[in-house]
Design a protein around this ligand. Structure first.
Ligand code: LMR
Length: 328
C-alpha cells in the first residue's frame, strides 16, 4: 500500500560500481543492528545512495546491517577508534556514557510525534549533542517510533501484570527503573540476542517499536502485544569526528545535504512503516493485541513517576523544564 517491500533482499545493497579501484575513493562504513526493512535500515540505504550519486561514486557508504560487523555493545568504540565511520544507535544506548541522554528515555515524556520532533530538533536535542565528546560528531536524530510491550503468559495491561515478568531491556538506567517501578525484573542484552532469549524463555517479554518486533520475529515468540506507546525509540546519527574533519568541503556539503534529506524522509515515513508492520503482526492469529485505555495508561504513568525523581538531578533543570513543557 505504501510502496514498501517488507521483505527486500540484501542484494539491492550492492551498487553497480564502475568506479571500483579508484584509489582515493572515500569509504564510510556504516554499521547498525536492525533489519533493512525498518525505518533506520531504509534510511541508511537512502543516505548511501544519495551520497553515491552526488559524489559520482567518490564516496562509498558500505552498510553493515543486523549487527553483522559490530553490535550495539561494541559499535561505539569501533566508531571512536575509526574502524567504522558512522553509526546510528538508539539514543538509550548513549545514556551510560552521557547521562543527560537519559531524559529521552523518560516514560510518557513525549506524548505526541510533534513533541518528539521538538525534543530532537530543539533545546533538548542540541543540549544532548553538545554533551558528546570531541571524538564524535553528532549529526542529527533519526526517528523510529513509540515502544510497545510484548509478553508471554499474560498480557501487560495493569502495572500489577508486570510482577512475574522478566524483560529484555537496552542498557539504560531509566528503562531499567521504569520496569522496576512497574514490578518487572530486567536483563540488559544486545538487540540481536532478544529473539533467542525469548525462544529459550530466559526472558518472557520485551519493549520495542513495531518495526523491530516485526522484522526480528519477536512477536512469533510472544502471545501478547500491548500497544502502550509508553516511550519513544529514536536514534543519534554519529560520525567519527576526525574522519569528518578530513573530508573536503565539497564532500562535507554533500553528506550534510544527504543527511538532511534522509532525516526528512525518515520523519515522514517512520510512522507508516511501523503501521505497516503492525498490520503484518496482526496477521498472526496466535498473538493477541491489546490497546491500553486512557485509564490503564494513567495507571502506568502513575506507577513510573518515581523514575522522574531519580532522573531530574541527572538531566538538570533546563532539560526537565523542556520535558514538562512538551507534555502540556
Ligand atoms: C534495541 O536495541 O532494541 C534497539 O535499539 C534496536 C534499534 O537500533 O532500533
Amino acid at each position: 500500500v505504501f510502496g514498501f517491500d517488507l521483505n527486500e533482499s540484501q542484494d539491492s545493497l550492492q551498487y553497480d560500481d564502475e568506479q571500483e579501484g579508484i584509489e582515493d575513493k572515500v569509504v564510510i562504513k556504516f554499521s547498525h543492528v536492525v533489519a533493512e526493512n525498518t525505518p533506520k535500515g531504509r534510511a541508511v540505504r537512502q543516505f548511501a545512495s544519495l551520497v553515491h550519486e552526488r559524489t559520482d561514486g567518490e564516496i562509498k557508504v558500505e552498510i553493515y546491517p543486523n549487527g553483522t560487523l559490530y553490535n550495539d555493545q561494541n559499535e561505539y568504540d569501533a566508531l571512536i577508534n575509526g574502524h567504522i565511520q558512522m553509526i546510528a544507535p538508539a539514543t538509550s544506548k548513549l545514556t551510560e556514557r552521557f547521562p543527560k541522554w537519559q531524559v529521552l528515555d523518560l516514560p510518557f515524556a513525549f506524548p505526541t510525534y510533534q513533541a518528539v520532533e521538538e525534543a530532537y530538533e530543539g533545546t533538548i536535542g542540541q543540549t544532548l549533542i553538545d554533551q558528546l565528546g570531541p571524538k564524535v560528531k553528532g549529526i542529527t536524530f533519526w526517528y523510529n517510533g513509540y515502544k510497545q510491550v510484548t509478553s508471554s503468559e499474560e498480557p501487560m495491561i495493569l502495572p500489577s501484570d508486570f510482577n512475574q515478568t522478566h524483560l529484555r531491556i537496552m542498557p539504560s538506567p531509566v528503562i531499567e527503573s521504569q520496569f522496576h517501578a512497574l514490578g518487572a525484573s530486567t536483563s540488559q542484552m544486545p538487540f540481536n540476542k532478544t529473539y533467542s532469549n525469548l525462544e529459550v524463555d530466559f526472558i518472557n517479554g520485551q519493549e520495542n517499536t513495531l518495526s523491530n518486533i516485526y522484522s526480528k520475529n519477536l512477536y512469533k515468540e510472544q502471545d501478547y502485544l500491548t500497544i502502550s506507546n509508553h516511550g519513544y525509540l529514536g536514534y543519534a546519527v554519529l560520525m567519527n569526528d576526525e574522519f569528518w574533519s578530513e573530508l573536503s568541503n565539497e564532500h562535507q556539503a554533500i553528506i550534510s545535504q544527504s543527511i538532511e534529506e534522509t532525516t526528512d524522509w525518515i520523519k515522514r515515513h517512520s510512522i507508516e512503516i511501523n503501521d505497516a508492520h503492525l498490520r503484518q503482526i496482526k496477521r498472526d492469529d496466535s498473538l493477541e493485541v491489546y490497546y491500553l485505555t486512557k485509564e490503564q495508561r494513567a495507571l502506568w504513568k502513575e506507577a513510573v513517576q518515581p523514575v522522574y525523581q531519580v532522573t531530574e538531578p541527572i538531566a538538570g533543570e533546563l532539560l526537565m523544564e523542556e520535558v514538562y513543557r512538551l507534555q502540556e
